[in-house]
Design a protein around this ligand. Structure first.
Ligand code: NAP
Ligand code: GDD
Length: 323
């Protein structure tokens, strides 16, 4: 019998890589997509011809849309990757962020509890939950959490809900606290993709400059295709738990920018400006993860900082017209 999985957020960066991974492992896969006014399926268009891949319109804030699909599919695994995932935007749409990233998670957990309690559930938790924890890095599963954004607060509430369903109802409700992870499929409003696209367009003579916000923040950047392998591994454990997924290296935004421009032979200082419109009301100045726990069950990152920068730039140099 094929394993059956549902992925929410299948049109996103991680959702698309997770879909490829599960199909390659022989799953029957069911992806949830939002209805939008324009096409948003670019990252998964190549999968539609696969007879084991099915998609549905659903929204995490719309319980009936979720319960209909869950009761029909009765999945072995539910990967909850859907979210309003932009930290800066969460300050502008805080209510919607909590509705999607917290109540949306509660909706899935309640439906699974009542209709399909044996389904394994994965919640996409975030290093943004650590915020400014008041202890020195690196951060692990026991580090205190002090989120600095509506996004971080929403994800922390969902993290605790996941724990409550695990402890209180005995459900397989598991989670990974993933540090930032990137790829050519990263959304264009996140800093790495914004930089890699701008570098390619500047090099091709299609753009003059790049406007950014805080260049001093530090992030622990990993590679999305490797991070979805970690998520799958977390789901295959005997018991649900909490795992930090990170590279254990941190770099400033400025270092990313320098490396990106240098890769195509340009001096970043000639092109990069800063503007306060990209500054957040609260910032998380430093993220650095300690992935010792997940390493013990067999996962480790391979792509290094420079590999990630170069892979993103090389992709955008070859596809400068992509959105
Ligand atoms: P992403 O590219 O922004 O994808 C988010 C997905 O969620 C998209 O498919 C989006 O649909 C969908 N979505 C948004 N609102 C929804 C709603 N109300 N109902 C149903 N689906 C909705 O994000 P990602 O980078 O792949 O991240 C995947 C998950 O991991 C997210 O939960 C994110 O918060 C979390 N996370 C990401 C990172 C990271 O560095 N990438 C780190 C830690 C945790 P549309 O395509 O229609 O917008
Ligand atoms: N987006 C963006 N745009 N960020 C900028 C810019 C800019 O023009 N200029 C500087 N930055 C800085 C931000 O202030 C932040 O410190 C850092 O670059 C990273 O910003 P993002 O790429 O937007 O990512 P994030 O760290 O806020 O959030 C991502 O990682 C989280 C895990 O830690 C997202 O993927 C979240 O969904 C994820 O949970």
């Amino acid at each position: 019998m094929k394993k059956k999985a549902i992925i929410s957020g299948v049109t996103g960066q991680d959702g698309s890589y997770m879909a490829e991974l599960l199909l390659s492992k022989g799953y029957e896969l069911h992806g949830l997509m939002r209805r939008l006014s324009s096409f948003a399926s670019g990252r998964i268009d190549h999968l539609f011809s696969n007879p084991h891949f099915h998609t549905y319109h659903a929204d995490l804030t719309d319980s009936p849309s979720l319960s209909g699909i869950i009761s029909k599919v009765k999945p072995d695994e539910f990967y909850n990757l859907g979210a309003m995932s932009h930290v800066k935007v969460s300050f502008e749409v805080p209510q919607y962020t909590l509705e999607t990233n917290t109540v949306g998670v509660l909706n899935v957990l309640e439906i699974l509890r009542t209709l399909s309690p044996k389904t394994k559930f994965y919640q996409a938790s975030s290093s943004e939950m650590f915020g400014v924890p008041g202890v020195p890095p690196p951060f692990n599963e026991t580090t205190p959490m002090n989120p600095q954004s509506p996004y971080g607060v929403a994800k922390l509430a969902a993290f605790h809900l996941t724990k409550q369903y695990r402890d209180g109802y005995g459900m397989f409700a598991t989670t990974g606290i993933l540090f930032n992870h990137e790829s050519p499929r990263r959304g264009g409003t996140f800093v790495t993709k914004k930089v890699s696209q701008a570098v390619a367009r500047i090099k091709h003579g299609m753009q003059d400059s790049l406007v950014l916000g805080n260049l001093d923040a530090k992030r622990d950047w990993g590679w999305s295709p490797e991070f979805v392998e970690a998520i799958h591994l977390i789901m295959q454990q005997k018991k649900p738990d909490v795992y930090v997924v990170a590279t254990g290296e941190t770099h400033t935004i400025k270092e990313f920018v320098e490396e990106a421009f240098a890769h195509v032979g340009l001096d970043w200082k000639k092109y990069v400006k800063t503007d306060k419109r990209y500054i957040r009301p609260n910032e998380v100045p430093l993220l650095l993860g300690d992935a010792s726990k997940i390493k013990k069950i067999g996962w480790k990152p391979k792509m290094k900082f420079k590999d990630i920068v170069h892979a993103m730039i090389d992709y955008d140099m070859a596809h400068p017209h992509d959105n």
